[in-house]
Every structure is written in C-alpha cells, then in structure tokens.
Design a protein around this ligand. Structure first.
Ligand code: ADP
Ligand code: MG
Ligand code: ZN
Length: 609
C-alpha cells in the first residue's frame, strides 16, 4: 500500500491536508522532518503513515499518558497494531508489551520521555529495528516554550545511544521562532524537511464579550448549546470550583479539573468528559494538553489567559475535527490585574538563573499586553491572532465576533474628546496618571469618596458624560486604548495620554467604534444543517453513542462529528457509498456500515422501526 491508499483505507480520508504529504514524503525518503502545524492540523498522520510504511518499528515520544492512550485507542479502532509504555502500566503489562515488541507485533509504540533512558528500555531498544523516532509536542524541549519538560532532554541521549541513528521528526503547534530554533538545535535535526502550514483555523469562530455579569452571560451561552461538548477555562482553582458548582446546581452535566484535585479524581473527571458522560469541562489551564477529543464544539474562557499563545492553544481545542466551533472569551478589567499579579508572583524556576528569570518575566508582561489588545480590538479577531503569529491575513474574516456583522459603527469623536481632555485635566491637577475607574467616575460625575477627596468634582470635565452607563464608558476608554490614544501602564494600572491623542483633541481626528447590535437586530442563528438534516444527525449521533458504549471507547473514536456531518450530507445508501464518507476507513466500514446504513435508510424512507 502507498501513503494515499493508507490514508484512504485505514483512516478513511480522501486527501492529504496542507503540509502532510511533504513531511511524509520526506520521512519516507529517509530525511529528518519538522512539522509546524496548528492544533487540529493533522500532525499525527504525518508520523503514523510513515510508521506504517517504514520497515521495523517506530517510536512516538509524547508528553502525556492521556494523550498516548487516546491515540493508541484511535489507532486500534482503525486496525493499526500499536501500544504505549508509560507509568500507567504495571510491571507485568510493560513486560508483555516488550515481548510483543520483540516479536514484531507492533508498528508504532508510544513512549513517555522518562522511559527512554531506563536501563531495561535501553537494552530492549538495542535489539529492536527502530527506524523512526517521532517527537510529538516537541516544544516541550524548549525552556522558552509554554510547557517545558526537562524529561524531553532525555530524547537526545536516547537517540545518541542507538547504534544506528533512526530518522527523527519533530512536531509542534508552537508559533514562535525562538522555540522552533530550539527544537531543531536541541534535537539535532539534520537538514529536516520542514513545513510551516498556516496557523489559521477557519472553522473556529472567535468572539470576545465584555459582560457586566459573567455568570449570567455564561448561562446564556450554555443555554444555546445544550448537548454540545465544551470546555470552560477559568484562571484559578477557586473559580473552577464555583463555576462548576453553579452549573451543576443548574442541572448542567459539568465536571471539573485542576491541579488541586487528587490524581484519581482528575483522571475520572477527564474520562467522564472524553466519554461524553459529562459534556462540560470546567478547568484551569492544567487541563487539555494532549486532549485530542475531536468533538469539542466550544471553548469558553471565563477569564482572560496570560498570553495569546496560551489562548490560541486552549481555544484551539475546539473543533479539531474541522466542524464549526466557537471560541468565546469573557473579558473583564479584573482579569488583567489577576494575570498581572500571577506573572509578578510566578514561582521561581530552578532551572533558570535570575537574569534569565527576569527576561522571561519581561516577555510574559509583553505577552500579556498583546493578549489585552486582543480583548479590546474592534478589528478582526482572527486577523489579530494571525498578525501576532506573523502571518498575513485578509482584513475581514467574516467568521469572528468583530466581523460577523453583529456590529454597527458609531461616531464617538465628541465623547473621545471629553474623555481624553478629562484624562489630561486629571493629570494636570494631580501630577500623576490615574486608572480607568477613577476616570469613569469623574466623567460620570460620581460622588465617590475618592473623587471628592481629590477635588476632581472641581474639574470642568466632571460629569460631562453623566448619562452614560459605566460599561459604556469603559468600552469607549478601552477603544481609545486599543486605537493608541491612551496607553496603559499595567504595573501601576493607570492610563496615560499618548502623542496621538492630540490628533483627536486639537486636530479633529474622527473616532469610530463598533458596538454590538441589539440581539433582535441579529438574524436568527443560521445553522449549517437544515432541519431534516439536523434530525438525521441526531439519529446517527445516538447510534454512535450506543456503539461507543458497547465498545467501551469515547464516541469520537467511533466517528468524529465531522464524519457524521459528512454522512448526513452524503446520505450513503450502500456500503460502497458509506466508504466515501470522510473519516470512514475500511475497518470502520466493515464494523459500522450495517448499523448506520440501516438507520439512514429507515430515516429517508420513513419506514417504521
Ligand atoms: P494535531 O495536529 O493537533 O495533532 P491531529 O493529528 O490530532 O491534529 O488531527 C486532528 C483531526 O484531523 C483528527 O480527527 C484527524 O483524524 C483529522 N485528520 C488528519 N488528517 C486528515 C486528512 N488528511 N483529512 C481529514 N481529516 C484529517
Ligand atoms: Mg497532536
Ligand atoms: Zn474576523
């Protein structure tokens, strides 16, 4: 079989995604490879297919137990002989895997980096024909990356200790150049074929909301999404607890995950989520690396993360199977101070000296600024992200909260002049810059203690915008910051005028802000499936759930949502047609076609069951 036949017959996909073919060809021709693709881009295929075609055995180094188990489960479901070795197996189980490896029963072995320099694995490796080592989540090897894991450095020693150097390939979704260079250098990749596919995830719809009450907003968002699987990220363990409890009290099937829970509970909760027993996961950023659950249809950030890198990684866990999915961030000003506090007080990393630590802290603050900019921009959100990762993009994507047409533009030049001149007068009077709350209070003519103490009620700008709501004022001030008329000093949490501000104050520069239209102005949510198709989808989804339960695997291991959607679109009537559905390989066709075809035929012909 060649690579395309494998893709079609084993995995059930009709064609390669961008970048996949080039990497696979490179590896098959004996070259090292470096694949940089966004989450959900299809990196696994780039090492799984070569592993099946190369002689001997291939090792995949992977950072997390859950990730290995997930991938091996998916491979087995497609009929590929694979296994994993990590600390979740007991001695006897590991010996059994070793025996099978020596007997040539597997083509792919997933292994934890810690295992690589154990004595028994080392001597075993000498007896095995290892032709290929793939390093997944390769950014873990860089201390500049988000998830530095010292154990990843063992990969280098392991490869150096082999009598014959295998082909080595590294895979990551990390965008920054520095981490990319680190990976190549530390792993010692030799003239690798390399692809950087675009970082865009067109099926993800990005939205930032500035709700007055996050809980209320969250309930509303979930109300429109019942039955769908999603993750809610919170900044702290405590917030995870309160949000999860609130949702449970409201009857939502939610579970929780954070580093403060016992390992046993974490594992159990994660499984509940993977198997759709609980469709909503409320978690800190401790949750998710290596979660390949493909049917996550929304990721809501209850709090703003500390960087766009972190945000894109976490939000990117939605829609991995290519179906339309939502990434929604609930912003509040407090998030900024919390993030700032967390960066300032982050624990010492013992692997780094004080100078390096200071550099990293500075970097983190700069990253925070970019993240805040994302929350405040009124331009295309996808564009903002791609720009940050150094990628060209159209001005309007048509699939994010800022360019979906739920917005109308209003001229706020007059208000902007009032705000900016108030900031100037406050500074003139006090001799220092102040924060957004005090500025808003002064403009609203508040009788707040601090306002009166500082005699801000004597300013000519006091009360100029007294008929505006606080959130409206905040929105305008945020906008002025995003447009560069005000500049934030995050350390002191103050805002100051920039040179640009005089364009508005004295030279008549217009300021236009997009504001959200009233909900009733927005056209009713157009779903991609017509009503009848949605019904058929539900029928198939129920069948999928039943089959998954019988097999003891998560539903998405049977078929992904994208596969079900394609099935609904193609409406196969015969096994031959069934195989043409994206994501249906030969093994799965032979297992499942009968059950699914029966449901489809019944549905379309309206026969009674
Ligand atoms: P990542 O790059 O994040 O590791 P995965 O390897 O987990 O992404 O792939 C994400 C999803 O895309 C999986 O459901 C996978 O089966 C699917 N996929 C991979 N390659 C293709 C392809 N050529 N056509 C369609 N779907 C694909
Ligand atoms: Mg992956
Ligand atoms: Zn957009």
């Amino acid at each position: 079989m060649d690579k395309l036949q494998l893709l079609q017959r084993i995995f059930g996909y009709s064609q390669f995604r961008p970048g996949q073919e080039l990497l696979i060809d490179g590896i098959l021709s004996g070259r090292d490879a470096f694949g940089i693709m966004p989450t959900g881009g299809g990196k696994s295929m780039c090492y799984q297919i070569p592993a099946l075609l190369l002689p001997g055995i291939s090792l995949v180094v992977s950072p997390l137990i859950s990730l290995m188990r997930d991938q091996v489960m998916a491979l087995k479901a497609a009929g590929v002989p694979a296994a994993y070795i990590n600390s979740s197996l007991n001695f006897g189980q590991i010996q059994a895997v070793y025996r099978n490896m020596l007997a040539g029963k597997y083509k792919i072995i997933y292994v934890a980096p810690e295992r690589l320099d154990s004595e028994d694995f080392g001597s075993l490796a000498e007896q095995l024909p290892i032709s290929f080592v793939a390093v997944d989540e390769a950014h873990c090897i860089s201390q500049w990356g988000q998830d530095f894991r010292p154990s990843y450095l063992r990969i280098v020693h392991f490869i150096a200790g082999l009598s014959r150097r295998p082909i080595v390939a590294a895979f990551t979704a990390t965008a920054t150049k520095q981490v990319q260079e680190d990976i190549k250098r530390i792993l010692g990749l030799r003239n690798p074929v390399q692809t950087v596919t675009g970082f865009d995830r067109p099926n993800l719809c990005f939205t930032v909301l500035h709700p007055e009450l996050k809980d209320r907003e969250l309930k509303q968002l979930l109300g429109d999404r019942s039955g769908k699987s999603g993750i809610i990220y919170c900044a702290t363990r405590k917030k995870v607890e309160t949000v999860c409890q609130m949702l449970n009290e409201l009857g939502y099937p939610a579970t929780r995950y954070h580093a403060g829970l016992e390992e046993q509970e974490r594992t159990a909760n994660q499984e509940d989520f993977l198997f759709d027993r609980k469709t909503i996961m409320v978690a800190t950023n401790a949750f998710g690396m290596g979660i390949d659950k493909s049917n996550v249809s929304f990721v809501i950030h209850y709090n703003m993360p500390k960087s766009l890198e972190a945000y894109y990684q976490e939000a990117g866990r939605a829609g991995r199977d290519g179906s339309q999915a939502d990434c929604i961030l609930l912003f509040s000003g407090t998030d900024v101070s919390t993030a700032h506090f967390l960066i300032q007080n982050s624990g010492e990393n013992e692997d780094l000296d004080p100078v390096q630590q200071e550099i990293i802290r500075k970097q983190d603050l700069a990253r925070l600024d970019a993240m805040v900019g994302y929350c405040k921009t009124k331009t295309c959100l996808r564009g903002y992200i791609l720009e940050y990762f150094g990628q060209k993009h159209p001005e309007i994507c048509g699939n994010c909260g800022n360019c979906n047409g739920n917005f109308r533009e209003v001229d706020i030049t007059k208000e902007s002049q009032m705000i900016l001149s108030c900031v100037k007068r406050m500074h003139d009077k006090l001799g220092y810059w102040v924060g957004v709350n005090l500025i808003a209070s002064t403009l609203r003519g508040s009788k707040d203690k601090r306002v009166l103490e500082l005699h801000l009620n004597e300013l000519s700008t006091y009360g100029l915008l007294k008929n505006r709501t606080r959130s409206n004022l905040h929105a305008m001030i945020d906008h002025l910051e995003a447009e560069g008329y005000l500049q934030a000093d995050r350390e002191h949490q103050t805002l100051q005028l920039t040179a640009l501000a005089s364009e508005v104050l004295y030279r008549g520069q217009k300021v236009v802000m997009k504001i959200e239209s009233e909900p009733e102005e927005v056209a009713a949510d157009a779903t991609s499936l017509e009503e009848q198709e949605a019904e058929l989808f539900d029928v198939l989804k129920e069948l999928r759930g039943k089959l998954a339960k019988e097999a003891g695997v998560p539903a998405y291991v049977v078929f992904s949502n994208a596969t079900l959607t394609d099935m609904v679109k193609k409406r196969p009537r015969t096994k031959w047609e069934f195989k043409k559905v994206s994501g249906v390989g030969e093994l799965k066709a032979s297992w499942y076609s009968e059950a699914f075809l029966e449901k489809i035929n019944h549905f379309l012909d309206g026969e009674p069951e």
